[in-house]
Design a protein around this ligand. Structure first.
Ligand SMILES: CSC[C@@H](O)[C@@H](O)C(=O)COP(=O)(O)O
Length: 368
């Protein structure tokens, strides 16, 4: 999508043909910095330190990480080592493992001498596929926004979103934001309530940044505001992204998503989850019980970084020195609170039958 009128993706192959460029998301919204990844280790660190983040982008970065690894050592041992290095970079988004499995399936059967070239080709495909999938999500989600717009002619459609499931979290378009961008492009009046998303503030720092640069009207709200807005009819629908959808339709996403789903349910606000099919994990039958929840450093809770009035970037502590903190990065919203799953193959009921009917090839692949 657009940054100062210029089209950007979140990740790309650099002009040299082998190194990988990515927007350093740790620096946004204050600085727009491009990072260059030149090794498998660079890719692993980028994922772990959240230079890149968001489930689909984590997968894309891992795919390029495998390609970078194949330049270094394309032997069977090198392939195994690269897989093992990358797969543990973050635990919750299943797209990481999905992309690595895709890469390994493509590379394992071929001559090590051919692996580097094949790895770049497969990684490029994964990246292009992500863009195509998100275009599909855009079209399918647009119908939901159009239906609401038709019921209130001339008025603005208000969408609430949590965390960043925008183009920065994918290769382009985003998942939750894809229908919003398309609606905006089609001239539908749309406004986004952006949850700030403590502790890392992906909403305030990233979603607001990308919507602003693309010209989409939005308002950043403290995380606790959504329920109040819903009670007062100020939210027409919620659309969030996800890091992993279990076979039973349970949805894992950024911490706080569950509370938004509860508030939406209580107020009759439709609560949709937008996802690309690689985010479905048919190997997990019960999301609440079985999806691993990342626990991150307490520093993300105790400290905040921002720009001072005189333009300096500063980090300050906001918690008493001796208070323990907890930092669960994700939670699981049970399927019963989800109105529908917006996928590239349509808007699905959040249950096993609907997911399996729409993506039978994924069920088969998981069973292998
Ligand atoms: C399309 S991205 C969906 C999710 O990955 C997103 O909502 C999210 O929770 C991101 O978490 P993050 O910890 O920033 O990687």
């Amino acid at each position: 999508m657009k940054v100062d009128g210029k089209h950007f993706r979140s990740i790309w192959r650099e002009r040299d043909g082998w190194s990988v460029g990515a927007i350093d998301q740790r620096r946004l919204p204050h600085e727009f910095v491009i990072a260059r990844l030149t090794s498998c280790e660079d890719a692993a660190v980028a994922i772990r330190d959240m230079l890149v983040r968001g489930a689909p982008l984590i997968g894309a970065t891992a795919a390029y990480g495998m390609a970078l690894a194949m330049r270094e050592d394309s032997s069977d041992a090198g392939l195994k080592r690269a897989y093992e290095t990358l797969v543990v970079a973050r635990p919750t988004a299943i797209n990481l493992k999905w992309a690595l499995d895709e890469m390994r399936t493509a590379l394992a059967p071929i001559d090590p001498l051919e692996r580097a070239e094949a790895a770049y080709a497969r990684a490029d495909e994964i990246v292009e596929q992500d863009v195509e999938i998100n275009r599909g999500i855009a079209g399918n989600g647009l119908a939901l926004i159009e239906a609401i717009a038709a019921k209130k002619p001339g008025e603005t459609v208000n969408v609430l979103t949590h965390c960043n499931a925008g183009w920065l979290a994918t290769v382009d378009w985003g998942t939750a934001t894809a229908p919003i961008y398309l609606a905006h492009e089609r001239g539908i009046k749309v406004h986004v309530w952006v949850d700030e998303t403590r502790p890392r503030n992906q909403g305030a720092s990233l979603t607001a940044w990308e919507l602003g640069h693309h010209g989409v009207p939005h308002t950043v709200i403290p995380d606790n505001t959504g329920g109040h807005l819903m009670q007062h009819g100020m939210v027409d629908l919620a659309i969030v992204g996800t890091d992993r959808v279990a076979a039973n339709g349970d949805v894992c996403n950024k911490i706080g998503t569950y509370l938004k789903a509860l508030a939406a349910h209580d107020n009759g606000v439709p609560f949709y989850v937008a996802l690309p099919s690689p985010t479905i994990d048919f190997a997990v039958n019960d999301g609440i019980r079985d999806i691993p929840i990342e626990q991150r450093s307490g520093v993300e809770v105790t400290d905040m970084t921002g720009r001072t009035a005189d333009g300096r970037l500063e980090t300050v502590r906001i918690v008493p020195e001796n208070s323990p903190v907890a930092n669960y990065a994700f939670d699981v919203t049970p399927a019963r609170l989800v109105t529908g799953l917006i996928t590239e193959r349509g808007v699905l009921k959040p249950d096993r039958a609907a997911l399996a009917a729409a993506f039978p090839e994924r069920v088969t692949a998981t069973a292998k």
